[in-house]
Structure formats: C-alpha cells, structure tokens
Write a protein that binds this ligand. Structure first.
Ligand SMILES: Nc1nc2c(c(=O)[nH]1)N[C@H]1C(S)=C(S)[C@@H](COP(=O)(O)OP(=O)(O)OC[C@H]3O[C@@H](n4cnc5c(=O)[nH]c(N)nc54)[C@H](O)[C@@H]3O)O[C@H]1N2
Ligand SMILES: Nc1nc2c(c(=O)[nH]1)N[C@H]1C(S)=C(S)[C@@H](COP(=O)(O)OP(=O)(O)OC[C@H]3O[C@@H](n4cnc5c(=O)[nH]c(N)nc54)[C@H](O)[C@@H]3O)O[C@H]1N2
Ligand SMILES: [Mo]
Length: 775
C-alpha cells in the first residue's frame, strides 16, 4: 500500500487522498496524490495502489488546482441586505458574524412562523448529502429537509425499489470491488453479459461506481447489452443495442420478461425457492408480446429476443441501472422489471452477477438519531402528500413537488427561510420549471447558500453565503454507493488550506453548537469520524487516514445464509421474505403490485393534440466529463473542451429544419424555451433530440435579471412539475415533447428571465400521473 505522505525534497510533498467533493463527484473515492509546494496544490496524479481506480483519474481531478485557485472562488463568508438580492452587493464578514446573523434570523423566523417554516435544500450525492439533513433536524430544528428534484428523480427511486422488492441496499454490478486482488480472486467470475440500462458510466462514474471498470471487464471478456436512445461509446461496443424511445423502459422490461418466460429461459430453481408472485407476473408480462413492445419502444422485436436469449443462455449476467430509470414517471415500474430480470435469471448475489448488501451503519444511525432531535409533533408537520406512500416509506424528508406547491400557495403553512446546501437548483439542475421555484423563493424572509462559488441561485436569492472547502482542504470519509453497497471505506485527507473556507461538516458543527449544542458534542471532525467508523472497522479515523482505505468483507448468496434479514433467517428482507415479483407493499399503498407501462405526461403520444406542433422527444442530461451538473463552467481548461451547451440532433432532422452543425437552436414546448448549440450527429434517432443540462455562463453579467445567463439554456423550463408516478417518484426529465428552430444566437430571445411569460400545460396536480387511466 502507498504512503500517506511522500517527501520530495525542497519542501515539496505529495499527500495521498481519496476524492469526494467538492468539486462535484459521487463517492467513487478516486485515489490520488496531490503535490503541495509552498502550501499550494500544484499537481494531481492517480494513486496506482488504489484498489478500484488504480492510478486512473478524469479531467475534473486533473484540473483541480484551476478549480481550487479560481479567481471566482468565494474565500470568506459574505452578507448582503435582503433588498439587494440580485445585486453584486456582497460584503465579506467573519464566521462569527455569519453565525450571529444565522442565530438572529433563525430565531426571528421560528418565533414568528415556527421552525417548520425553514426548508433546507440539497443537490446530488456529494459529501454534503450526508450532512444536510442533520443540519436541518438537529441544528435548525425543521422537518423540511428536501432534495428539490421533481419526483425525487435521482438514486432515491432506485434505492427505494430495491428496498421494496429485494429488501437489500443498492444492487450493483459485481466488479470484484470487495477483493484486494480484484478480478483475479478465485471467488470471482467475470460476467458473460452486462446489461447497461439507462446509464453511461464512462462519463458519469455514478453513485460510487468507477466507470472504467466496464473497460477492464470488456478486456476480460464481458459482452454488453446497452439500453439507451443514443449510440453511446458503450452502445457502439455492445453486442446488442436496444435503442429505445425515451421513457418506454418499463414496456421493454416487460417484453423481455415475457419472452424469457414464454421461451422457458428462466431459472426455475431460483423462482420456485426465492420469488413471490411468479404466476401473477407471468400473466401481466403476457400483455407485452414483442410486436406490441416494438411498437411502443421502437426497438425491433428480433433484437429484443436475441438480447434476452443471450443474457439468459450465458451465465452469469449482470445488470446496471442508471438515472434514466428514475427520470420517468413509471421508473418505479421500469426498475422493478430490471430487478425481476436479474432475479428470474438467477443472477442475484452470485459471482459476476449483481451484488446485494445490507446498508452499512456508518453515518446512517447518526443521521437517523438526528431526526429524534426534532421536538415532539414536528415530524408530523413535514410537507408531503399522503398519496406518496412509497416516498414516505423510503425517506424521512419532505417531498420536492409538495414543497414547490407549498411555496406557491402557503398551504398547509408558509415557508419563510431556505438554506441551499450544495445545490444550484435554478441552474437547470434539480428544479423542474425552475422559474416557478425562483419566483416562489424570492418571497422568503431569509436565504442562506453554502457553496464554493457564487452561483445564480445565491446571487438571485440569498442574503448570506458560506464558503466551502474542496476535498483537498478537509478531512472526511468516503462511502461508495452512499453506504448502500459499501465495498470500501476511504479517508479524505486535508492537504492544504485556501482562504477562510470550512467543510460542510465543520459548518454543521459551528451552526449546531450555536443553535442546539447538546446534539453537537464533538470537539472536532476526527472525533466524530472515529465514533462513526470504530464500531464496524475497529479503527480510529487517524488510523484510517494512515491506511488510506479499508476493504469490506463480502459473501455471495447472502439470502441462503440468513445475512440479508435482521432475524437471521434465510431469504430477503421483504414482507414475504422473498424477491417480490409482485409487490405486497405496492398493493398496500394502492399502487398496482405488478410492473406496467404508461406514457409519461408530456409526450407526443400522451398529448396527441400537441404532437403536430411539438413532434420531437427531448431527452436530456447525458453526462460529460468536463462538468458536474452546473459546476466547472468557470474552469478554463474544462470550458475550453465544452464551451457551449450542445443539443444533439440527427442529420435528417437537422436538414428538415434547416439547421447546421454549430447553429444556435431554440428548443421549445408549451412550458418554455431554451437555447443550445446544434451538434448534428447520427448517434441519435431522428425523432429524438438530446439536450445538455446544468448550464449558466459565469463570464456573463452575474446580476439580475441576467444572473449569468441562467435562464437562456434552461432546458428544465420545459420539464413539467408534479408529472410524477403514483407513489411519489419519477419526473420526466428525460422525455418531453418539443420543437426546434434556428435562432441567431444565445441572446436571440433576451434573458428569458422568470418575469417573461411562462407556459402551462394543465397537468392536474390531483392526479399523480396526468395520463393514467383509472384501473
Ligand atoms: N434536464 C436534466 N436535469 C437534471 C438532470 C438531468 O439528467 N437532466 N440530472 C439531475 C440530477 S440526477 C441531479 S442529482 C441534479 C443535481 O443538481 P445539483 O446537485 O443542484 O447540481 P449543481 O447545480 O451542480 O449544484 C451543486 C452546487 O453545489 C456546489 N457544491 C459542490 N460540491 C459541494 C460540496 O461538497 N458542498 C457544498 N456545500 N457545495 C458544493 C456546486 O458549486 C454547485 O453550485 O440535477 C438534475 N438535473
Ligand atoms: N461528469 C459528470 N458525472 C456525473 C454527473 C455530472 O453532472 N457530470 N452527475 C452525477 C449524477 S447526479 C448522476 S444521477 C449520475 C447519472 O449518471 P447515469 O446514471 O449514467 O445517467 P445519465 O448520464 O444521465 O444517462 C445515461 C444514459 O441514459 C440515456 N437515456 C436518456 N433517456 C433515456 C431513457 O428514457 N431510457 C434509457 N434506457 N436511457 C435513456 C442517455 O442517452 C445516457 O446515455 O451521474 C453522476 N456523474
Ligand atoms: Mo443525480
């Protein structure tokens, strides 16, 4: 194993660390050395001894010094008068002053409207996701902790489906991550086929998975089935590419299940011993013969049949599901079909299949206990919708769509203060119809932003800015898959200091000690981390820092050994103790217990009256290595690689609308407009376009109404609010109708600010999915 510190002479040292965030990243924990000279990071290189990344790094890590030392970075707390929102009228203050303001404003809001009138928002699974809910519950005292992405459409739905159907953490491709000698471990087997469903890990490294693993496995013989509307690099290298119409995944899954059952290609032993509801499933799947599925999904029946046969006849097969499962109003159903496929093919928790886990207790118990800090009766005030029982069963947080409705209506009570903790929601990231969010949030009494850079969200809405350290500047612990399938626990080691920034956890400690000291007894973060890891790892945080990482023990076929259930009995931790092909929980919640397909709320098929004017389907958000959502737009080397927001258009479609490579294009639907640059490419179906998300322009005027151009390429202006699934999950971020036409430039339509007209499409908020026909 590598050394923690390598002395290089002349005062230069190399510090070993594992990355999380900021800058934006999911918990892969990429291993690296930071070269430090005169107190500054001057170089970054991969750590070849790191078991997973083995010395490989992406461009965002390699350009870390540009990010850390950017002249645009905020280096001390800032305040601004409420009436100056939108103006660049910030004044630097000390942390003590910032804490005084927080203390005074929080008690003012609490006295007048109650602690429940505070809402704490967070973005994607950065390190901050571990520490925001504790801030809300145990420091601010509000039950309204919220991930403001319509339908909770990221990771939450997949984890919830896994809990409901398998009673196990986050099911993941078996990439031998638990074994020190990785793929060479005798217990391991290389998957024959890997089904990559709505996920593009070479670019996204999502949820703790190191994407390049797919290439390692390809070199060792794994073959691929890729389910994606675009011909991605992985699709181009797959045996089978199921190029489906966006949002039709559940129909495809049902078609595959039906084919495997009809052709008797499933694992009878596993189904008989470990599954519940096979007969009901068989009957439901029979409603999806391949000719019908071809019509819905556009994937040729013969291709679906051949791919299904290949994964069934070659064991082990593995499955990976991505964000496209979540960004779909029947994503719960699509996810259910993916788990059913893995189960009925006998690929769950076998070598080279899909690994299952009991979620680790690291941080989890503490986070749970923070909820106990809320005063009696407070949790009952959390903003949600009684119909979203699946969401409620899975999460102890407020429902995002209900929060927007509350912001707009003051029902059931007014919200008065927001804390933006690692989110830039209006920059077409988490917020569907972000202009509505912006308008509603402008009314708040007091808003705080906790970030690294001045964002449009902070500039437009906030009164106090708290600057955060990058992972190079703080100590921390990385938990792959957010603790839900944790093969390693890794140390993040502080190497340098920049300005007067603090880590998210340090800010929690400072605010917590002011507002509710009994819940925040630790003197420093090291003591806290030791308390978290020692029960499971038997070592202190300092010892973990020296070691770098600790790999976890792993056993296959845990369901045979009683390792998945708290009572130690064999089986799965579900109500029936079996994999629920037919879900007993969904039935309890009034949802169809079996997977089904239905159209999302705003497609040319669900809204035929709009199809003539808006004939195309827009999918969005396929990741690029050069940014993490709205982050990195101000990093010169990365911006040079991706200077403009791009929309991918098929050559046939481009010709039809007179659009050429590099033209500026307006993408429009009844809800809104966004401008992006045309990239004409055959990788996309002529009936579909793919638009990038997360764009703003830090080089532009930061003040309102322009706000660094945040409304110009804001494609989430086209994504409807509350067009989500029945149990509270899944919004159509990747499947809405639109039209496209050429415009003169990014500024052709002005600032497109929320004060300009916003469209409506009459989605009935009382109906979970506008198009659903009553059963
Ligand atoms: N159309 C469309 N929209 C999408 C998506 C899509 O595919 N299509 N993807 C969606 C998904 S899956 C997600 S999860 C959301 C993401 O939404 P967000 O997480 O809100 O994404 P960002 O806009 O990058 O906001 C993160 C902010 O936190 C700051 N930051 C980074 N790291 C840290 C940290 O450690 N601590 C603190 N305090 N701040 C930090 C960054 O500078 C940035 O301003 O976007 C969603 N939006
Ligand atoms: N560099 C970088 N990495 C990131 C992020 C980032 O912003 N930048 N964001 C992080 C976050 S928060 C997340 S959630 C993950 C997401 O990462 P992934 O889970 O990999 O998801 P995406 O990259 O959004 O999309 C994956 C693929 O889904 C395809 N797709 C689009 N619509 C559909 C559909 O309807 N059905 C199917 N089957 N496929 C569809 C797209 O063409 C794309 O190739 O990435 C994380 N990693
Ligand atoms: Mo995400």
């Amino acid at each position: 194993m590598s050394e923690r510190i390598i002395e290089c002479g002349d005062g230069v040292v190399k510090c070993r660390t594992c990355a999380w965030s900021p800058p934006g990243d999911h918990p892969v924990g990429c291993g690296m050395y930071l070269t430090v000279k005169d107190g500054k990071v001057v170089d970054v290189e991969g750590d070849p001894d790191h078991p997973i990344t083995q010395g490989r790094l992406c461009v965002r890590c390699l350009t870390l010094p540009e990010y850390m030392y950017s002249e645009k970075r905020v280096l001390s707390p800032l305040k601004r008068a409420r009436e100056d929102r939108g103006k660049d009228a910030w004044e630097p203050i000390t942390w003590d002053e910032a804490l005084d303001i927080i203390e005074e404003r929080v008690s003012y809001v609490k006295e007048n409207w109650g602690a429940e009138s505070i809402v704490a928002f967070q973005g994607t699974g950065r390190e901050a996701t571990l520490y925001k809910t504790p801030l809300a519950y145990a420091a601010l005292g509000t039950p309204n902790s919220c991930f403001p992405m319509s339908g909770d459409s990221c990771y939450g739905p997949r984890c919830s489906v896994a809990d409901f159907i398998l009673g196990a953490g986050y099911p993941e491709l078996d990439y031998a991550a638990f074994f020190p000698d990785r793929y060479d471990d005798p217990r391991y087997e290389v998957p024959k086929y890997i089904v990559l469903w709505g996920k593009d890990p070479l670019f996204s490294n999502p949820d703790g998975f190191f994407g390049h693993t797919l290439i390692d496995l390809m070199k060792r013989g794994s073959r691929y089935v890729v389910v994606d509307p675009r011909v991605t690099w992985m699709a181009a290298h797959a045996d089978f590419h199921l190029q489906l119409r966006p949002g039709t995944d559940a129909a495809l899954g049902l078609g595959m299940i039906n084919y495997l059952i009809q052709e008797d290609l499933y694992d009878h032993d596993f189904v008989e011993n470990w599954c519940y509801g096979f007969d009901e499933l068989k009957e439901r799947a029979a409603e999806y013969p391949l000719d019908k599925v071809e019509e819905i999904t556009w994937v040729p029946a013969a291709t679906i049949a051949a791919a299904s046969r290949a994964i069934a006849e070659n064991h082990p097969s593995s499955f990976m599901w991505g964000l496209a499962i979540d960004t779909n109003a029947n994503g719960v159903q699509a996810g259910h079909t993916v788990l059913i496929l893995a189960a009925i093919l006998g690929d769950l928790d076998v070598p080279g299949g899909v690994t299952l886990a009991v979620p680790a207790s690291f941080m989890g118990k503490w986070r749970y206990e923070c909820a106990q800090q809320l005063p009696p009766g407070m949790l009952e005030k959390q903003i949600t919708d009684p119909r979203y029982q699946g969401f409620r069963a899975a999460h102890l947080i407020a429902h995002p769509d209900c929060i927007l409705d509350t912001l707009e209506t003051d029902e059931p009570y007014p919200l008065k203060m927001a804390w933006f903790y690692a989110t830039n929601g209006i920059a077409n990231t988490t917020n569907a119809q972000g202009k509505r969010w912006f308008k509603a949030l402008e009314k708040m009494e007091f808003n705080v932003c906790q970030d690294v850079f001045m964002t449009p969200t902070a500039m437009g809405l906030c009164d106090l800015f708290l600057p955060v350290t990058t992972f190079a500047e703080h100590d921390g612990v990385v938990l792959p898959h957010f603790g839900r399938n944790t093969h390693m626990v890794m140390a993040m080691n502080k190497c340098v200091e920049v300005g007067d920034c603090r880590s998210d956890l340090e800010i929690d400690f400072m605010v917590g000690k002011r507002l509710n000291p009994k819940a925040w007894p630790w003197d420093n973060v090291a003591d806290f981390f030791t308390e978290q890891i020692k029960p499971q790892l038997g070592i202190t945080f300092e010892e973990l820092q020296e070691l770098g990482w600790v790999q976890q023990e792993f056993e296959y076929r845990k369901y045979e050994k009683g390792l998945l259930r708290p009572d130690g009995e064999p089986g799965f931790n579900t109500p029936t103790g079996l994999v629920e092909l037919c879900s007993s929980l969904y039935e309890d919640w009034g949802e169809d217990p079996l997977p089904y397909f239905e159209e999302n709320a705003l497609t040319p098929f669900s809204r035929p009256e709009l199809a003539n004017e808006y004939p195309l389907i827009m999918t969005t958000g396929g990741r690029e290595t050069t940014s993490f959502h709205s982050e990195h737009r101000q990093v010169p080397s990365l911006r040079a690689l991706m200077p403009n927001p791009l929309v991918q258009i098929n050559p046939e479609t481009a010709a039809l609308y007179g659009i050429e490579e590099g033209d500026w294009v307006c993408i429009e639907n009844p809800l809104g407009k966004a401008i992006e640059k045309a990239h004409v490419t055959p990788i996309i179906d002529p009936r579909v376009i793919h638009a990038q998300h997360g764009w703003w322009f830090p080089e532009q005027d930061p003040e309102a109404p322009n706000l660094s151009g945040v409304w110009k390429s804001n494609i989430n202006s086209l994504v409807p609010h509350r067009a989500i699934g029945r149990i509270g999950f899944g919004a159509p971020f990747k499947n809405v109708l639109c039209k496209i036409y050429k415009v003169d430039g990014l500024d052709a339509l002005g600032s497109l600010s929320p004060d300009t007209e916003q469209g409506a499409i009459g989605i009935d908020p009382a109906s979970p999915v506008a198009t659903r026909k009553e059963a």
